[in-house]
Design a protein around this ligand. Structure first.
Ligand code: ADE
Length: 216
């Protein structure tokens, strides 16, 4: 079973997604486990502060080392094998191959930074730096959900049809899925390609291969 421990200040923003649809089903079936650690609990002083201003000046606040290290160490004390993922715009770009390669029987701690960034020394306890793309988000929560979703759906038993994840887009190199249609046959004058109604499975397979998209 894969396990994700999410260290965040905004558990309430993430829970609804993980409690819905396929992520909920994965947990119900015992195929994935999600756990939250509230970074605030490891905050400093009476205000449980987790951030501070940057040395050398500049805008915004940075996540401090102490709360982050202590939060991660509290998880690793129970499971030293857990690996730490940091969503960051300067990480390696996430893709389907990486989602497939991630060990589905391991425990991952995802540290969700917030504010303007984090103290560079935090990288010393990080195993994987992952970027979701060349744009900047306000925090690591959305990237964490995308990483979790793209990995969990590949676990056998999570999706309905056992072959869905294999046949689907990006599974074979960068081939995108072929166009698909369901009822009605004629929707506002847009009809379904007749080959798909022919019952000729060889021809249908050929058509699908020919019409598979390619990443540009
Ligand atoms: N945090 C902020 N922006 C991000 C991005 N593009 N990918 C991963 N983590 C991020």
């Amino acid at each position: 079973m894969i396990k994700f421990t999410i260290i965040t200040l905004f558990q309430e923003a993430m829970e609804p997604y993980l409690n819905t649809s396929m992520m909920w089903k994965a947990r119900e079936k015992g195929l994935a486990e999600f756990e939250f650690v509230n970074l605030r609990e490891f905050g400093l002083g009476p205000h449980k502060s987790v951030d501070d201003t940057p040395y050398g000046g500049g805008d915004g606040m940075l996540l401090r080392c102490e709360p982050v290290f202590e939060a991660i160490e509290s998880v690793k004390a129970k499971d030293p094998s857990a690996k730490v993922i940091l969503p960051t715009p300067v990480g390696e770009i996430w893709n389907q191959e990486k989602a497939r390669e991630l060990d589905k029987n391991a425990h991952y701690i995802i540290l969700c930074p917030h504010y303007e960034g984090y103290d560079e020394r935090i990288l010393s306890i990080v195993d994987y730096k992952i970027s979701l793309g060349k744009y900047v988000l306000t925090g690591g929560e959305l990237p964490a959900l995308i990483i979790i979703d793209s990995v969990v759906r590949l676990i056998p038993g999570v999706l309905g049809g056992e072959t869905s994840a294999e046949v689907e887009s990006f599974s074979e190199g960068d081939n995108l899925e072929y166009p698909q249609y369901t009822k009605p046959y004629d929707f506002r004058g847009m009809t379904v390609p007749d080959i798909l109604l022919s019952g000729n499975h060889g021809e249908i397979a050929k058509w699908r291969t020919e019409h598979s998209g390619k990443v540009i």
